[in-house]
Design a protein around this ligand. Sequence first.
Ligand SMILES: [Zn+2]
Length: 70
Amino acid sequence: MSGHQWVGAALVGMGVGQTRRAEHAARTGRHVLPASTKIKVLEVYCGSCRVRYDAQTQDQECRVTLPRSA
Ligand SMILES: [Zn+2]
Protein backbone atom coordinates (compact mmCIF):
# COMPACT_ATOMS: atom_id res chain seq x y z
CA MET A 1 0.00 0.00 0.00
CA SER A 2 1.26 3.46 -0.81
CA GLY A 3 -0.20 6.90 -0.38
CA HIS A 4 -0.78 9.55 -2.98
CA GLN A 5 2.10 11.78 -3.98
CA TRP A 6 0.52 15.20 -3.52
CA VAL A 7 1.63 18.05 -5.72
CA GLY A 8 0.35 21.60 -5.98
CA ALA A 9 -0.30 23.31 -9.29
CA ALA A 10 0.65 26.93 -8.81
CA LEU A 11 1.03 30.23 -10.61
CA VAL A 12 4.26 32.20 -10.31
CA GLY A 13 4.44 35.71 -11.69
CA MET A 14 7.18 36.26 -14.27
CA GLY A 15 6.95 40.02 -14.54
CA VAL A 16 5.70 42.39 -17.22
CA GLY A 17 7.25 42.97 -20.63
CA GLN A 18 10.80 41.84 -21.28
CA THR A 19 12.04 40.23 -18.11
CA ARG A 20 15.09 38.09 -17.50
CA ARG A 21 13.15 35.76 -15.26
CA ALA A 22 10.54 35.11 -17.97
CA GLU A 23 13.24 34.47 -20.55
CA HIS A 24 15.16 32.18 -18.21
CA ALA A 25 12.06 30.26 -17.12
CA ALA A 26 10.91 29.76 -20.71
CA ARG A 27 14.34 28.57 -21.80
CA THR A 28 15.18 26.31 -18.86
CA GLY A 29 11.78 25.35 -17.47
CA ARG A 30 13.01 26.44 -14.04
CA HIS A 31 12.66 29.38 -11.76
CA VAL A 32 14.12 29.76 -8.27
CA LEU A 33 12.08 31.70 -5.74
CA PRO A 34 13.28 33.27 -2.50
CA ALA A 35 12.07 31.13 0.39
CA SER A 36 9.70 33.80 1.68
CA THR A 37 7.81 34.19 -1.62
CA LYS A 38 4.11 33.41 -1.45
CA ILE A 39 2.66 31.65 -4.45
CA LYS A 40 -0.94 30.94 -5.32
CA VAL A 41 -1.78 27.23 -5.40
CA LEU A 42 -4.51 26.53 -7.94
CA GLU A 43 -5.04 22.88 -7.21
CA VAL A 44 -3.60 20.01 -5.17
CA TYR A 45 -3.64 16.58 -6.74
CA CYS A 46 -1.75 13.30 -6.82
CA GLY A 47 1.19 13.44 -9.20
CA SER A 48 0.86 9.72 -9.88
CA CYS A 49 -2.86 9.04 -10.38
CA ARG A 50 -4.08 12.66 -10.70
CA VAL A 51 -6.85 12.32 -8.11
CA ARG A 52 -7.77 15.64 -6.55
CA TYR A 53 -6.94 16.18 -2.86
CA ASP A 54 -9.99 16.29 -0.63
CA ALA A 55 -11.41 14.75 2.53
CA GLN A 56 -12.29 11.54 0.70
CA THR A 57 -9.06 10.98 -1.19
CA GLN A 58 -6.44 12.04 1.36
CA ASP A 59 -6.39 8.66 3.15
CA GLN A 60 -6.92 6.45 0.12
CA GLU A 61 -4.35 4.19 -1.38
CA CYS A 62 -2.85 5.45 -4.61
CA ARG A 63 -4.11 3.22 -7.38
CA VAL A 64 -1.79 4.37 -10.11
CA THR A 65 -1.18 1.74 -12.76
CA LEU A 66 2.05 2.48 -14.51
CA PRO A 67 2.09 1.57 -18.19
CA ARG A 68 4.55 -1.21 -18.82
CA SER A 69 7.40 -0.24 -21.05
CA ALA A 70 8.11 -2.94 -23.60
ZN1 LIG B 1 -2.42 8.77 -6.33
